[in-house]
Design a binder for this molecule. Structure first.
Ligand code: SAM
Ligand code: SF4
Ligand code: SF4
Length: 337
């Protein structure tokens, strides 16, 4: 059973099922090749174990993708079904730039609750600037299949057409907005990171992160008191096809940023490893005000490290003997002097 704080804070975990994408977006670690494609896949039984543990930690949503293209998984519907069997919500984000997706209807019917279709243009000449090797006609054909399924009542997936807005593609926005309206999709423009005309990512190999981390001192310039990173406290959980957990979903799945094997470690240990990670000292990703639940989550993790276990607000020593009352008495004794 998750603690109240876990249920309040842990929103979504991203789990890569494979280690491949079909495109070469220059604004993505996968696209530039610092995470090279490899023919790997997470077995369904392992995914089931991971989703079971995620549920026990209070996660509400699972996204079966992080740095990959989920519709390359030919039996994606089985993985979606696992998420639904556990009573969790399923979010899928796709480039949809695939000529054939034989299991599109099956995957949607299996229970994809929300689908994000990522695009950077309506016209091929603009689309292919960022979505390198992509074909916007395939995207449109797949989007229209989804719209038809929605209209027929076969699925009630919420669909967002996500427009990655760069400096050069503003003229595409109105066309994509109208297209989304015609298909009954939500239109979601987002200011995209990176710039496809500049090579900003291809040097960001594992060696690069090692060097960044080696230069870090103990100061935490981006972490003033009362602030935390929303990718540690909220929605940044990242697990790769092999079941390894990483610091957050904003950075590549590199060894230097790995925090351990997800199934082998308690949630509290994973949280502390992320919270103390040296890269955060060098990362300006916007922080948020720490909520009461965020603070409670960290207290629980620290108690775990101190040898106590928190179960539904009741403190129990690792030996299972001491009650919450006994700890409270100890606390009073300590306070008294
Ligand atoms: C790395 S992608 C993997 C999923 C899938 N291949 C896709 O592109 O939707 C994960 C998320 O990153 C978003 N994304 C991709 N490029 C981006 C960029 N340059 N800036 C901001 N978000 C981006 C996508 O919209 C997607 O929801
Ligand atoms: S389609 Fe998605 S995963 Fe693939 S390179 Fe582009 S952003 Fe990255
Ligand atoms: S590396 Fe940056 S984005 Fe990731 S958890 Fe640390 S502060 Fe947040």
């Amino acid at each position: 059973m998750p603690t109240e704080a876990q249920t309040a804070v842990n929103s979504i975990a991203h789990v890569d099922l494979i280690d491949v994408c079909n495109l070469k977006c220059p604004t993505c670690y996968r696209g530039v090749g610092v995470m090279p494609n490899a023919p790997k896949k997470m077995p369904l039984s392992k995914f089931d174990d991971i989703v079971t543990k995620l549920k026990s930690e209070g996660y509400q949503w699972v996204g079966p993708y992080n740095w990959t293209e989920p519709f390359l998984v030919r039996d994606l519907q089985d993985y979606v079904a696992v998420i639904k069997t556990h009573g969790l919500m399923c979010l899928v984000s796709t480039n949809f730039s695939l000529r054939r997706i034989d299991n599109l209807e099956a995957a949607l019917r299996a229970g994809i609750d929300k689908l994000i279709i990522s695009v950077s243009g309506f016209d091929q000449s603009v689309y292919e600037i960022n979505h390198v090797k992509g074909n916007v006609d395939y995207v449109k054909a797949n989007a229209e299949r989804v719209a038809a399924l929605k209209r027929s009542g076969a699925i009630n997936t919420h669909v967002n057409l996500r427009f990655l807005r760069f400096a050069y593609n503003h003229d595409q926005e109105a066309k994509l907005e109208q297209y989304a309206r015609d298909l009954d999709f939500e239109f979601e423009p987002v200011d995209a990171g990176g710039d496809p005309f500049r090579d900003l990512y291809s040097h960001m190999t594992n060696e690069h992160w090692k060097v960044v981390i080696s230069g870090v001192r103990s100061e935490r310039p981006y972490d003033p008191p009362g602030k935390v990173c929303p990718l540690i406290f909220g929605g940044g959980t990242a697990i790769d096809h092999a079941g390894k957990a990483y610091l957050c979903c904003a950075y590549p799945n590199h060894e230097t940023l790995e925090v351990g094997t997800y199934l082998d470690l308690p949630f509290e240990e994973l949280l502390l490893r992320k919270f103390n990670h040296p890269l955060c000292a060098a990362c300006s990703f916007p922080r948020k005000d720490a909520s009461a639940a965020d603070k409670q989550l960290l207290f629980e993790a620290v108690r775990y490290r101190l040898g106590e276990k928190v179960i539904d607000e009741k403190l129990v020593s690792n030996g299972g003997q001491a009650s919450k009352l006994e700890h409270a008495a100890e606390d009073r004794g300590a306070a008294a002097g």
